[in-house]
Design a protein around this ligand. Structure first.
Ligand code: ADP
Length: 326
């Protein structure tokens, strides 16, 4: 007996990165044991910030799906979809947008933060403001009760809960209030120290070859107060330590001790991290190569996923239409 139903997705706005792997994918792989899972490449979501240049959305969608499977998502056990293949999401999005007050969306901290961080892009659009409604739709259309998210997504999930509550109160109780299942990994910083994000161009990609990983790790910012190897370091402000904690949590305390006790220099510590990342990624790269070499595989996974997802989504929509009397 499974514990419940999970929905989670990734935006195909670029190649998946180590933040996506540590903060989400690794967790998803484990959750498949205990939950009925639906995992999606959410391509409509990609348009919310990337509607001007859509030339790569299809290719990134394919790459995201390859990363899912290479990292250990099993498309027979879990349902793997591309959001735009299940048109029911669009209808529910429209209906939920009718009941979502503008103030909820404008107050969302991630909305304000992204407007600021992506100030060069024209994202003062209806679609971008409505991002959390689309995310709520993805979750609620499968009546998911559990959503594995990183801390960065918590405000969105809170909105999904509020939208579900409002619908249930106004019409009739159709939706469960989805609960967050927080990933234990803190938000991973990118090579520039901001949150690693496909939208910020500061990522180390899952698909990056070993030489690129070494280069990226070498350029990471460490504790700025540590000038000589003999100075004690402060791991909590060091990007390299954040990665040690995320990828080898069992050895993090040892790394901390070495750094605080000035027993290891930043160069050696970075070398150690690069070796760790390369060995974590080696089996994923091997599976990526096999998947890339099998023509039609991703297409058939998507066709199967859509076939299994649609009836669930359609059933929910029936209930929604009936509750709303339309
Ligand atoms: P991005 O910001 O790179 O576009 P998404 O918004 O597609 O990432 O997020 C997909 C999943 O990856 C979410 O569950 C999110 O919590 C997780 N995630 C994204 N960036 C990070 C990060 N830097 N550290 C940890 N988890 C992250």
């Amino acid at each position: 007996m499974k514990k419940g139903r999970i929905f989670s997705g990734m935006r195909p706005t670029g190649m998946l990165h180590l933040g996506n792997l540590a903060g989400a994918l690794n967790n998803w792989v484990r959750l498949q044991e205990d939950y009925d899972c639906i995992f999606a490449a959410v391509d409509w979501h990609a348009l919310t910030t990337g509607y001007q240049d859509t030339s790569m959305v299809r290719e990134y969608t394919r790459q995201v799906l390859i990363d899912f499977i290479a990292a250990g998502i099993d498309p027979e056990r879990s349902i793997v979809i591309r959001q735009s293949d299940v048109k029911e999401h669009a209808e529910l999005h429209l209906l939920l947008s009718m009941i979502t007050p503008l103030g909820w969306l404008e107050r969302c901290p991630t909305y304000k933060e992204q407007l600021q961080q992506l100030s060069g892009r024209e994202i003062t659009t209806y679609g971008f403001l409505g991002y959390p409604v689309l995310m709520a739709t993805d979750i609620l259309i499968y009546k998911s009760d559990t959503v594995p998210v990183g801390e960065d997504q918590l405000p969105h999930l809170e909105l999904a809960r509020e939208i579900a509550r409002r619908f249930n109160y106004m019409y009739s109780p159709v939706f469960p209030e989805p609960q967050a299942k927080l990933s234990k990994v803190a938000v991973l910083p990118g090579t520039d120290g901001r949150k690693m994000s496909k939208s910020y161009g500061n990522t180390i990609q899952i698909a990056d070859p070993p030489e690129k990983i070494r280069e990226a790790v070498k350029s990471m910012v460490t504790d700025p107060a540590r000038i000589h190897k003999s100075d004690p370091g402060h791991p909590d402000v060091c990007t390299v330590f954040a990665y040690h904690s995320a990828f080898t949590p069992e050895a993090a305390e040892e790394r901390r001790g070495e750094c605080e006790g000035a027993r290891i220099g930043c160069v050696a510590c970075k070398r150690q991290l690069a070796d760790t990342l390369i060995s974590v990624l080696a089996p994923i790269h091997e599976r990526r190569r096999q998947l890339e070499a099998t023509p039609g595989l991703i297409e058939s996974i998507l066709a199967d996923g859509a076939m299994r997802a649609r009836p669930i989504a359609a059933r929910t929509l029936e209930e929604v239409r009936s509750a709303m009397k339309i």
